[in-house]
Design a protein around this ligand. Structure first.
Ligand code: GRF
Length: 202
């Protein structure tokens, strides 16, 4: 399977996906063929360039509407022959049109145990709620933000003296395990999304 990864920043999750897909022992059943960023000069682009993965920057600021921007991204993904799209720290909300076109082929990593703590600053939300465990979720993307069937999750403890930054880093370590695992499940067709938006395991 051919994978496109959408990023906006440092790309540590992209790095985890690169490492897994380049390791033949991982048997991921897929390769990354395109990294698309809505921001120029981010570290994630360098990570892709270092291993000769094609990159493309499409700035959302160059488009008059979300729909137009998403169409341009869609066209790039189709042109690259992409089958599966991974959102790895992509900080733009996607239009309903885009999520419908990629339904069952579009996955995201979120830094909380969904359905808890949707939206931004999920780690801060967890600290403020006083929960003693949190983690990350990799899920199929639906039009509603951070909704969609969950493929896999990974938990981390919350320690009494944790700051937001410490928790962000601990959850990232969990994401770097969970995201490649979820991608492999999808690429090797161990999971798919049913018409009722529930996971089908095989
Ligand atoms: C991750 O914590 C992810 O869950 C969130 O954005 C962050 C991206 O980090 N959506 P990175 O760019 O992969 O380092």
């Amino acid at each position: 399977k051919r994978v496109g990864v959408l990023i906006s920043g440092s790309g540590t999750n992209l790095q985890a996906l690169i490492d897994a897909t380049l390791d033949p022992l991982s048997q991921m059943g897929c390769e990354i063929v395109l990294v698309l960023s809505n921001k120029p000069n981010v570290q994630g682009l360098e990570r892709a360039e270092r291993v000769n993965i094609p990159t493309k920057v499409l700035s959302h600021k160059d488009y008059s509407s979300r729909e137009d921007f998403d169409k341009a991204m869609h066209n790039e993904l189709v042109a690259a022959g992409v089958d599966i799209v991974c959102l790895a720290g992509f900080m733009r909300i996607l239009s309903g049109e885009f999520t419908r076109k990629w339904k069952g082929k579009l996955i995201n990593v979120h830094p909380a145990l969904l359905p808890l703590f949707k939206g931004t600053h999920a780690q801060k939300q967890a600290l403020e709620a006083g929960v003693r465990v949190s983690g990350c979720s990799v899920h199929f993307v639906e039009e509603d933000v951070d909704a969609g069937a969950i493929i896999t999750q990974e938990t981390v403890p919350i320690e009494v003296n944790d700051t937001e930054d410490i928790l962000i880093e601990r959850i990232k370590t969990a994401e770097h395990k969970a995201f490649p695992r979820a991608l492999k499940l999808l690429a090797t067709e161990k999971v798919k999304l049913g018409d009722n938006n529930k996971i089908i395991w095989s």
